[in-house]
Design a protein around this ligand. Structure first.
Ligand code: HEC
Length: 147
């Protein structure tokens, strides 16, 4: 009985690997316009790259386990949803009001510890307090410069 169940699960697992969700990757610098206007320092740029861009830009850096279903499905979902709410690769398409609002939301999400998502931090690690602080002060400065 146990062997049959294990075998059935194995078959399901293998079958799952056949479906590969589309990857979120793009050529070129997909954050150039965003960074040109918000001017993150080299340190803040690194924080964004390591904690945010995977779900909020047109280019995700995939870890090896992203190849394995059902993790691949879950990642594809989070990236789709994250980009739907906030995609920095669309920055140049937004008017002042939308840019300002998104930066305001960014500050709020990070201050409240909602971003990056816990599904991400348990493998990628949390931002340090200092990183959270520099991310927030950069976003506040960027908002002020928009005006
Ligand atoms: C694992 C994917 C993932 C990562 C990494 C991630 N986010 Fe998100 N983000 C989401 C998803 C999904 C949503 C939409 C659902 C929600 O609001 O919880 C979201 C929502 C947001 C929103 C709200 C936008 C709106 O219009 O409501 C902001 C702002 C945001 N994220 C900023 C960030 C920042 C800044 C970082 C890095 C510090 C980050 N996110 C990291 C997935 C992610």
């Amino acid at each position: 009985m146990f062997k049959k169940i294990a075998l059935a699960l194995l078959v399901v697992f293998i079958a799952m690997q056949l479906y590969r969700p589309d990857k979120n990757t793009a050529e070129g610098d997909v954050v150039a316009a965003f960074e040109a206007e918000t001017m993150p320092s080299a340190a803040v740029k690194t924080i964004l790259e390591q904690n945010c861009y995977d779900c909020h830009s047109n280019n995700t850096v995939y870890p090896w386990y992203a190849e394995v279903a059902p993790i691949s499905y879950m990642i594809a979902n989070h990236v789709d949803e994250g980009k739907e709410h906030f995609n920095v690769s669309d920055w140049s398409k937004w008017d002042f009001k939308k840019k300002d609002h998104k930066l305001d939301e960014l500050i709020e999400e990070v201050e409240e510890g909602h971003m990056p998502e816990s599904s991400y931090t348990w493998l990628h690690g949390n931002m340090s307090e200092a990183e959270v602080e520099s991310l927030i002060s950069w976003a506040k400065e960027a908002r002020a410069k928009l005006k």
